[in-house]
Write a protein that binds this ligand. Structure first.
Ligand code: ATP
Ligand code: MN
Length: 462
C-alpha cells in the first residue's frame, strides 16, 4: 500500500489503489461526497470523491460514519483533479470504516483550535496540520544533524543520562534515587546516600559535554545528541525541563574553528529544512510566522557577524533605556539583550565571544587578560541564544586553579583533569538546543509546541 506522499508525488493517473488514513474533512454536495484523507506522510491530504448517483448502500452507510478524525480505507482510481488545490484525486469506489471518531466526543473538529488548548490534548494534537508539520520537520532536523556530522567524520557517542557529577557546577539538576524518601522522612532520619542505588547522590545529566570530551581526546571529532534535563524553575517560552541537545567536540580546534563549525552547522540545518520540508515550511510561513522562508533563506546565505562581549556591552549601554535589565560589563546577557543585538544591531545571527569568566563555566579557556574566557554564544533574532560553546581549557594547572577558585569538588573531576594530564590538546565544542532550533526553523513561539510531550514546571502529563 502506498502512502499519500508517494501517491501525490507519483501521480500515477489511471492506477487502482487503496489508501488508508484519517479523515480531515467530509463535504457533501448534491452530486458528490468529498473525503479528505491524511496519513501524516506529508502535509497534503488526498481527496477522495464519491459519486452520489451510484453509491451502494454499504458505501452510503460507511460514509455516514466517517466524520473528522475517523480512520478509513478508500479504494478507487487515481484521476487528474478537475479542481484547483491538488493535481490528483481518487475517484472512489468503496469506503471502509476502520475506526470511528464520534463527532460529539472527538475534541478536534474542523475549526481552528488554540495552541493552548492543543497542549491539553497532546495525545491528539499530532493529527492537526500544525503538529503534523512540526513532527515532520523535527524528524528531518534530527536526520540533518547526523548527516552533517557524519559527512564531516564526527563519531556519534552516547553519553550517560545518569551522572554523579554536576558537570556545569550550575545546580538545577533532577535527583535520581531509589531510596524510599517517604519512609526516611517519617522516621525523621537523615538521608544516607551510601544506601542509595549508586552509593552517592546522582542526577539526570544537564549536558553530555564532559563525557564526550573524553572521546574527543581519542577519536578527535565526536558529538552527542540526546536528552538533557534541567530543573529550570522558570516558566518561559524558551526553557523546558527535558530537552534535546547536540554537542559536538573536536580536537586541535580553537575558538575560530568552533565558530566556523557552528555557523556551517546552523546554515546546513536551515538549508536542509528549506530543501526537504518545503510544504511544511510553506504552512508555517503562511500561518505561523510571515516571511519565515525568506528569513531562513537569507540566513543561509549570510555571513555571521562576530562581536566580543565587551563590544556587545558597549552597544547595549548605548541603548540602555531600551532594557528592563540595565546592561553593564560583567552582567550575564538577558534574552532582551541578545535579541536586541541580533534583531536591531546586526539584523541577523551573530556570535558573541570572550565573556567574563565569572558568568561562564569553569572549563572554558582563559584568555591572556585573565578576565575573559574563550566562550561563544550564537544569537539569532526572535530566539536569542541558540548555541553556547567554547574553546576548552586544556592546560592542567590553569584548569585546576579555576576549579579551586570556584570551590568545586576537585576530587570529583579527577577523570576530567586526567585528560589534561595525559596527552592534552586544544579542543572546542558547543551545545545546540534542539528545541530552540525547532522554534527558529518553524516560527513556533512556544518551546512546548516543538517537542511531542513537553516537560516543564508542574507539567508532566502524558
Ligand atoms: P539560557 O541562558 O538561554 O538559559 P544556557 O546558557 O543555560 O541558556 P547552555 O548551558 O549553554 O544554555 O546550554 C546550551 C544550549 O542548550 C543553549 O544554547 C540552548 O540552545 C539550550 N538550552 C539551554 N537550556 C535549555 C532549556 N531549559 N530548554 C531548552 N533548551 C535549552
Ligand atoms: Mn539556562
Amino acid at each position: 500500500m502506498k502512502d499519500i506522499k508517494s501517491i501525490l508525488q507519483e501521480q500515477a493517473v489511471g492506477s487502482t489503489l487503496t489508501v488508508k488514513g484519517w479523515v480531515r474533512t467530509k463535504r457533501d454536495t448534491k452530486n458528490a461526497i468529498f473525503l479528505e484523507l491524511n496519513d501524516g506522510s506529508c502535509f497534503g491530504n488526498l481527496q477522495c470523491v464519491f459519486d452520489v448517483s451510484n453509491l451502494s448502500d454499504q458505501n452510503k452507510a460507511a460514509l455516514e460514519r466517517l466524520g473528522t478524525g475517523a480512520s478509513a480505507a478508500v479504494t478507487g482510481t487515481l484521476v487528474a483533479s478537475p479542481a484547483a488545490g491538488q493535481p490528483v484525486e481518487v475517484s472512489a469506489q468503496s469506503a471502509e470504516v476502520i475506526g470511528e471518531a464520534p463527532v460529539d466526543t472527538y475534541p478536534l473538529q474542523k475549526k481552528a483550535h488554540s495552541l493552548e488548548f492543543l497542549r491539553e490534548i497532546a495525545h491528539l494534537r499530532p493529527r492537526t496540520n500544525t503538529f503534523g508539520a512540526v513532527a515532520r520537520v523535527r524528524n528531518q532536523m534530527s536526520y540533518a544533524v547526523h548527516s552533517f556530522f557524519q559527512e564531516r567524520g564526527f563519531n556519534y557517542v552516547h553519553t550517560p543520562i545518569i551522572t554523579a557529577s554536576d558537570c556545569e557546577g550550575a545546580g538545577e539538576m533532577f535527583q535520581v534515587t531509589t531510596l524510599d524518601m517517604d519512609a526516611i522522612a517519617k522516621a525523621g532520619k537523615a538521608v544516607d546516600y551510601s544506601k542509595d542505588f549508586f552509593g552517592k547522590p546522582s542526577f539526570l545529566s544537564v549536558s553530555g559535554q564532559l563525557n564526550v570530551e573524553t572521546y574527543c581526546m581519542a577519536l578527535s571529532k565526536v558529538y552527542t545528541f540526546g536528552p538533557t534535563f534541567r530543573a529550570e524553575n522558570s516558566n518561559t517560552t524558551r526553557h523546558l525541563a527535558e530537552f534535546w541537545m547536540i554537542e559536538p567536540e573536536f580536537a586541535f580546534a580553537e575558538l575560530e574553528d568552533n565558530m566556523a563549525l557552528a555557523e556551517d552547522f546552523l546554515k546546513y540545518l536551515l538549508g536542509w529544512a528549506l530543501d526537504k520540508c518545503a510544504d511544511d515550511l510553506d504552512f508555517f510561513d503562511k500561518r505561523i510566522q510571515k516571511g519565515l522562508i525568506s528569513m531562513l533563506d537569507s540566513v543561509r546565505n549570510s555571513k555571521f557577524v562576530h562581536m566580543t562581549y565587551t563590544d556587545a556591552i558597549k552597544q547595549l549601554e548605548a541603548n540602555k533605556d531600551t532594557f528592563e535589565f540595565k546592561p553593564y560589563w560583567g552582567c550575564d546577557l538577558q534574552t532582551e539583550h541578545e535579541r536586541f543585538l541580533s534583531e536591531t544591531v546586526v539584523k541577523g545571527p551573530l556570535i558573541v565571544t570572550d565573556y567574563p569568566k565569572e558568568i561562564k563555566a569553569f572549563y572554558m579557556r582563559l584568555n591572556e587578560d585573565g578576565k575573559t574566557v574563550r566562550a561563544m554564544d550564537v544569537l539569532v533574532p526572535r530566539i536569542g541564544e541558540i548555541i553556547g560553546g567554547s574553546e576548552r581549557e586544556y592546560r592542567h594547572d590553569v584548569l585546576l586553579n579555576r576549579i579551586r577558585e570556584l570551590g568545586l569538588d576537585e576530587a570529583a573531576y579527577w577523570w576530567y583533569l586526567d585528560l589534561r594530564r595525559f596527552g592534552t590538546a586544544p579542543h572546542s565544542g558547543f551545545g545546540l538546543g534542539f528545541e530552540r532550533l525547532m522554534r527558529y526553523v518553524t516560527g513556533m513561539e512556544n518551546i512546548r509546541d516543538v517537542i511531542p510531550f513537553p516537560r516543564a514546571v508542574k507539567q508532566a502529563e502524558f
